[in-house]
Design a protein. Sequence first.
Length: 244
Amino acid sequence: MNTTTPQAGTFLNIDNLSASYGGAWVLQDVSLTMNEGEFLAIIGANTAGKSTLLKAISGLMPKTKGEVTFLGNDLLKTPAHIVPTLGIAHVPEGRHVFTEMTVEENLRTGAFTREKTANIPDALARIYHLFPRLKERRTQLAGTLSGGEQQMVAVGRGMMLDPRLLILDEPSLGLAPIVVEEMHERFHEIHKSGVSVLLVEQNVSLALESAERAYVMSSGQIEFEGDAKVLATDDRIRRAYLGI
Ligand SMILES: Nc1ncnc2c1ncn2[C@@H]1O[C@H](COP(=O)(O)OP(=O)(O)OP(=O)(O)O)[C@@H](O)[C@H]1O
Ligand SMILES: [Mg+2]
């Protein structure tokens, strides 16, 4: 249905991936490719398996079969604590900031896998430039921040890795529409700076506006895939996800 599917194999390549938490297979034969520099979205109803797919990429699924490679590295054989060192930052669903630590302490934890020689002050400066609100609140305990500000901390923590691939799982969940829009503007800035973005987003119209291409998941499988602008006008998407 589209002509934008990239050549398999170069940046992120997922081939016939199945994953399980111990019982039944929750993901079944999922195949997906992503080129470096893309802004890709994964959409689908609750329990479709979107977070499970992201967890499989990050080495967080206990049982997998199939193939996941990133820049030639076999991610299914890479322990979760090594994945960030390959240039993948995963901002999980639910933010998970350290509430008893300050904004800046939270951000610094994002750099823990980086080389001792990494320039942490430069990384912090870049994040404060992206999110000036975090700079204003850098000594404030993260638990006292608004939901939107906590999401900025979670994204900033991921960006401390200086990643090549930024994975965002439902970054707008529970946030006010104006904050959601602001977050997406920041995601575009991050993307424009050369970071590839893989976004799972419950707000389907926003996801298709932000992303260049999208995969639609249903019951642990990819239902269809295509150019985001084309999918936004597809009757199946409009009926199932946009209520039109
Ligand atoms: N820790 C877990 N243990 C067992 N089953 C799980 C676990 N986490 C998720 N599942 C199951 O795996 C399936 C896919 O869940 P997943 O969280 O990947 O969906 P999702 O598409 O991210 O949904 P949502 O939009 O609600 O975030 C669901 O049936 C869910 O119940
Ligand atoms: Mg999820």
